[in-house]
Design a protein around this ligand. Sequence first.
Ligand code: AP5
Length: 500
Amino acid sequence: MSMSSSLLSSTTTTTTTAIHCNTSNAAFFSSSSSSSSSSFVSCQFHSTSISFNSLTSSCRRIRINPNHLKVLKKKLKVKCCSIGIVEPLKVMISGAPASGKGTQCELIVKKFGLVHISTGDLLRAEVSSGTEIGNKAKEYMDSGSLVPDEIVTAMVTTRISGEDAKEKGWLLDGYPRSLEQAESLERINLRPDIYIVLDVPDEILIDRCIGRRLDPVTGKIYHLKNLPPETEEIRARLITRSDDTKEKVKSRLETFKNNAEAISSTYMDILKKIDGSRPKEVVFEEIVSFLLQVQKAKEKVSLLRKSVVKSNVKVSSMGQDNWRGIPTRLNNIPHSREIRKYFYDDVLYATQRAVADGKTLLKVEINIPELNPEMDVYRIGTLMELVRVLALSFADDGKRVKVCVQGSMGEGALAGMPLQLAGTRKILEFMDWGDYGALGTFIAIGSIGSKEVDAQDDVFILVAPQNAVGNCIIDDLKAMTDAAGTRPVVLINPRLKLWD
Ligand code: AP5
C-alpha cells in the first residue's frame, strides 16, 4: 500500500475528518466510515476568483467529480429540506442482562418521546404470537444465547426506518449485541448520537434477574424486592421470564462480556458509561443530563447549517463582476486581514460542515501564494491563524481540541525551510488564544503520535507539513488517526498529496 493510500484508508475506516493542505493548495475532507457512501466536492480558488466550498454554489465555480454527482444531488435535496429543523435524538442503550436498560428506556421514552426499539421485546412478541421468526428465536432465547444476526438485524432495520422513528427519534435497546450487528448498522450509515452503557457488577445483575417480574397487561417491569408491585391484583398477574434463571443469566452474562468490547470500540467517541448500580432515579438523572447535552449540540449544528446556507446564498447571488478576487502572484506582501478572514471563514464553514455531516467527503483547493510552500511568499502565520480560527470555533462549541505539530526532526530540522515549519509549536504557544483562557482548558498543544490521544479530547488538528516522501510522518499520523477512532481529525499539510 502506498503511503498516501494508507493514510487515506486510515481516515475512511475511522470516520475522521481531515484537512489537508497540498503543495499549492489546501484541501479539506471528511470521510464516513463507509467510503462507498461518500460524496466528493472540489472547489478551486482560481487566480482571479475565489469560490466557496458550498454545495449550493454555482456549478460554474464548483468542479464536481462526475462519479459522485448523483450522490451529491441526492444529498443536496436532503440538506435543503432539513435546514433549520433540529434532527431528533438517536440513542443506543447497552448493558449486561438486568443492568436496567428496559427500566431506563421506560423513563427516557416518557421524557423525550423517542420510539423505543427493544430487540428483546420484539423477539418476545414474535415468540408469544407463534410466528415463524418467533419459533426460530425461541430456542436461542431459552438457552440464553444470541438469536442469529440476520433475524434480528432485519427486524431492527425495518423498525428503525419507520416514519415514527424518523420523526420522533429512536432509542435502540439491546442492539447491536455483536460486532457483526454493529458493522451492519455502520454499513447503512446508521449511527446514534450517543451510546449509553449501564455498568453493574455481576452479583447485582444476577439478583435483579432472579427477582424480576413482568406485568403482561401494562408491560411494566417490577422487582420483588427493589420495585414491588403497587397492588395485590398486579402481583397476582406478574410473570417471570423464561430466561431469568440463575444458570441462564450466567450464560447471557458471558455472551454479553464476550461481545461488549468489540461493540464499544465502534462507538468509542460517543460512549457514555454510567454506573447502573445506583437507584433508578439517580441513573436516569445522569442519562437525562447527557441527552440534554446532545440535544443542545444538535441545535447548534442546525443553526450552523442555517448560517452556512445563508452565507452561501449571499455568495452565489453575487455576479462575476462583483466577485472579490484574491490577488495572487503579486509580491510578497501578505493578503489583507479582510481577505484572510474571508478565506478562514470559508475554510471554517467547510470544516464545521464536514464534521457535522459524517457522510460528506469534501476537498477544497486554495491556490494563494501565501499558502504555497513553493513560492517565496509562503507565510506560516497565515496557516497558524487558520489553525487558531478552527480550534477556537470548536472550543466555542464546548469541544476539547488538541492542536498537534510534528515532534522534533533532529538534524534535518532546518532542511527545506519553510516546509518543515520548525518552531511551529513555539509559535502556537505564543499566539493569542483569546481572552477567556481557551489555551490550557479547551485547547491543548501536543505533538503528532498516538500517545497524544487522550480520552477527553474531542477533536484533533494536526499540523504536519512534512514532505511525505522525505522524512516520513505517515506512520505517526496513521497511529494517531487510529487512536482517535471516530473522533474528527483535521489534517493540515501542504505537501501530502492524498488526492493526486
Ligand atoms: P433482552 O430482553 O434484551 O434481555 P437482556 O439484554 O438480557 O436485558 P434484560 O431485559 O434482561 O435486562 P434490562 O437491562 O432491560 O433490565 P431491566 O430494566 O429489565 O433480550 C433477551 C434475549 O433476546 C437475549 O438473551 C437474546 O437471546 C435475544 N436478543 C435480544 N437482542 C438480541 C440481539 N440484538 N441479537 C441477538 N439476540 C438478541 O431490569 C432488570 C431488573 O432490575 C428489574 O426487575 C428492574 O426492576 C430492576 N432494576 C432495574 N434498574 C434498577 C436499579 N437502578 N436499581 C434496582 N433495581 C433495578
